[in-house]
Design a protein around this ligand. Structure first.
Ligand SMILES: [Zn+2]
Ligand SMILES: [Zn+2]
Length: 307
């Protein structure tokens, strides 16, 4: 039987513990009230490509909210099925990546921009095209985009990326880029590829991670750089709202630890695109344990894959 003295002690230590926990999480959001970021909706499932491919494969265009669109290339165009992102500010619209193979990505993007302009009663908005990294499945539409009026396409080398965003010290600097009332943070994350960057959209609390973190095979080309980059992302996001982490592919199924084989077009049971900061912490812990000696290791929602 518990004495009064013991139960008081229990209540006080519980209060101390609760206060300590509340202080720890205060930097993130004190209440579960949406955390002050602009909301949006992700699809429960992305359209599956197939099982029979149509003659004219289409992009899936998803409106997360009125100022943020996600494009997903059909697996019938290219098995990589990459995602592309369009973020609208008051002064500029940013497109992240241009996709794989030959598609009509320029027309699709022009269509989205035209719809946005009409809704906002505007004549035009400059388009800036940047890349999560320079691999072929993220840049194939560059030539088409360069041919559009009022469009700037950022170059592909680390030097191009540094010069455009104004990095003084690469990869340590975190650089701000403003679309007009919409601030982005650009974080250099070499390791998957030398010019890899992440972007954090303060408006939605979304962190874009390219091929560095997504539900699939995380190909590591430079283990030491990759390990430092993930630690940098952990440090950057510490205390920040992370509504979603959005990478650029889905290769996992909805079955834990199980991916679709490389080259799969039809993925009717694929994992959702969005990950959270817990995945970033899980990846960082694994990399810290590997101490630069990167080995293939599967986790519930992604696999580390030396390349
Ligand atoms: Zn890549
Ligand atoms: Zn890729």
């Amino acid at each position: 039987m518990m004495t009064a003295r013991h139960s008081h002690f229990g209540v006080i230590s519980m209060m101390v513990l609760l206060f300590a926990v509340a202080s720890l999480v205060h930097a993130q959001s004190p209440q579960p009230d949406g955390a002050g970021v602009r909301r949006g909706v992700l699809p429960d499932r992305w359209q599956a490509s197939g099982p029979q491919c149509p003659p004219d494969p289409k992009f899936q265009v998803h409106q997360y909210n009125e100022d943020f669109y996600i494009l997903r290339e059909s697996g019938c165009s290219n098995y990589e099925k990459p995602f592309m992102f369009l973020l609208f500010g008051k002064e500029k619209v940013l497109m992240l990546d241009t996709g794989a193979g030959k598609t009509d990505v320029d027309n699709v993007v022009q269509g989205v921009i035209a719809e946005w302009l009409k809704r906002n009663g505007r004549e035009s908005i400059p388009l800036v095209v940047a890349h999560t990294h320079a691999h072929g499945d993220h840049i194939s539409g560059d030539a088409q985009m360069k041919a559009l009026p009022n469009t700037t396409v950022v170059g592909l080398t680390p030097a191009d990326v540094q010069a455009f965003f104004g990095f003084k010290s690469w990869p340590e600097d975190i650089v701000q880029y403003n679309l007009g009332g919409r601030g982005l943070d650009v974080i250099a994350i070499p390791g998957h590829q030398a010019a890899s960057i992440a972007m954090y959209d303060r408006q939605t609390g979304i962190l874009f991670t390219g091929d560095t973190l997504y539900p699939g095979r995380l190909y590591v080309a430079d283990g030491a750089a990759f390990t430092r980059s993930i630690q940098r992302l952990v440090d950057f996001t510490n205390g920040k709202i992370v509504a979603h982490i959005l990478g650029n592919h889905i290769e996992e199924t909805r079955t834990p630890y199980l991916d679709y084989p490389i080259g799969t077009v039809y993925q009717p049971d694929e994992h959702e695109l969005e990950l959270g900061r817990a995945h970033l912490l899980e990846l960082n812990e694994a990399l810290q344990n590997m101490k630069g000696n990167i080995v293939r290791m599967a986790f519930r929602d992604f696999t580390i894959w030396p390349h």
